[in-house]
Design a protein around this ligand. Structure first.
Ligand SMILES: *Cc1c(COP(=O)(O)O)cnc(C)c1O
Length: 407
């Protein structure tokens, strides 16, 4: 276990005493960070291999994003949507272009983007598809993670996320992930959307079988149902492409984006789609005081500008090959399975050896930040600024931890 010195213990004790216990953080107290490296309050350095669940795709305090946000901070930070400002138009134009879509509906957090997607899909169902009022259904996948609001946890299959938060929002049908035939069976005349993660993040970086996304796309086309892709964690370069849907050449009707869109500085989320869908929303029907604020748009514009070059996606693809090749070497040596794409990996540790939590704590002692997902799985999602040598450093540390526990 980590030996705490100096301010670490004191700050953890304080934080535990005065905050609700809705998280169980690893015992490290970050004070500063740059790129892929975090320094704690006692001066120890750690390689960040979680990157705030992909919200830090470009690393901590990327200079281009910091410069854009700082410049905006000195000019204009908030108007509410009661007035126009000079950042929203350019941000939405560039994000729309990156996604190949007409329109952007800006929000703040991922959960809000999901809620927005659900509302848009229902309204589209009633006004365009002609579903009888209050009968709309949305097909979702087992093992999903789409956020923490009441409606979103209503269709979670994780008892921790769901228990004692009822009564639940009706209108969702849960089918096994990766099973296109089950999606086909769940769709009927009331179905307005299929909502899926192209790769399930919180479930443990679960990649669906080849052909799944394209089959679901075909089903949605054939049955006049919207395909809504939650790319909040999988999107914006993480998997080696701008969107994880691209691995199967699938274009959803709506992209749900968040996390990395804020450049690791401010929460920025968005629903991105075409007129045919997003035009169902009119003034007064949906919104957010902070959604699309100038500071958020400045951060988002910087992020989209970086992704427009394709450099980050290529980097994630190339370094991802290396990460996965190195992790595969550990299979049979304390690792049962490795999944993922690009700089994103779910690693199942032999449950007889240690839990994911124990592995995360042992890696913390080695100076590597990761987090368990469920049971004996950990997730590696280093920022895309990570180097090949740093990937080796992380995998070598994992190998040491595993061999120590095997002994
Ligand atoms: C993190 C996440 C969300 C929720 O985002 P918040 O900003 O935490 O509300 C939704 N969907 C997916 C796939 C996520 O990974």
């Amino acid at each position: 276990m980590t030996v705490h010195t100096g301010r670490t213990d004191e700050l953890i004790t304080l934080t535990e005493r005065v905050t609700a216990h809705n998280y169980h953080p690893l015992p490290v107290v970050a004070a500063e960070a740059e790129g892929a490296w975090v320094t704690d309050v006692d001066g120890r350095r750690y390689l960040d291999c979680l990157a705030a669940y992909s919200a830090l795709n470009f690393g901590h305090r990327h200079p281009d994003i910091v410069a854009a946000v700082r410049e905006q901070l000195d000019r204009l930070t908030l108007t509410s949507r009661a007035f126009h400002h000079d950042q929203l138009g350019p941000f939405a134009r560039e994000l729309g272009e990156l996604a190949g879509k007409d329109l952007v509906l800006p929000m703040n957090t991922g959960a809000e983007a999901v809620e927005t997607g659900l509302k848009v899909a229902r309204k589209w169902g009633y006004e365009v598809k002609g579903v009888p009022e209050d009968r709309a259904t949305i097909v979702v996948a087992e093992g999903n993670f789409h956020g923490r609001t009441i409606s979103v946890v209503s269709f979670s299959t994780d008892p921790e996320a769901r228990t004692h938060f009822g009564p639940y929002t009706p209108g969702f049908r849960v089918v096994p992930y990766g099973d296109a035939a089950a999606v086909a069976d769940a769709i009927d005349d009331t179905t307005v959307a299929v909502l899926i993660e192209p790769i399930q993040g919180e479930a443990g970086v679960v990649v669906p079988p080849d052909g799944y996304l394209s089959k679901v796309r075909q089903l949605c086309d054939a049955r006049n149902v919207l395909l809504v892709a939650d790319e909040i964690q999988s999107g914006l370069g993480r998997t080696g492409t701008t969107f994880a849907c691209e691995h199967e050449n699938v274009v959803p009707d709506l992209y749900l984006l968040g996390k990395a869109l804020g450049g690791g500085i401010v929460p920025v989320s968005a629903v991105v789609g075409d007129h045919a869908v997003l035009d169902v929303i009119h003034p007064g029907e949906h919104g957010s005081t902070f959604g699309g604020n100038p500071l958020a748009c400045a951060a988002g514009l910087a992020v989209v500008g970086m992704l427009a070059t394709g450099t980050w996606q290529r980097r994630a693809a190339e370094l991802g090959e290396h990460l996965h090749a190195r992790l595969r070497e550990l299979v049979g040596h304390g690792v049962v399975a490795v999944r993922g794409r690009g700089l994103w990996a779910g690693v199942d540790i032999d449950p007889d050896l240690m839990t994911g939590r124990a592995a995360s704590e042992a890696l913390l002692d080695e100076g590597v930040l990761v987090k368990d997902t469920h049971g004996s799985s950990i997730r590696l999602a280093p920022p895309l600024v990570v180097s090949r040598d740093e990937i080796d450093l992380a995998v070598d540390a994992l190998a040491r931890v595993l061999s120590r526990h095997a002994a």
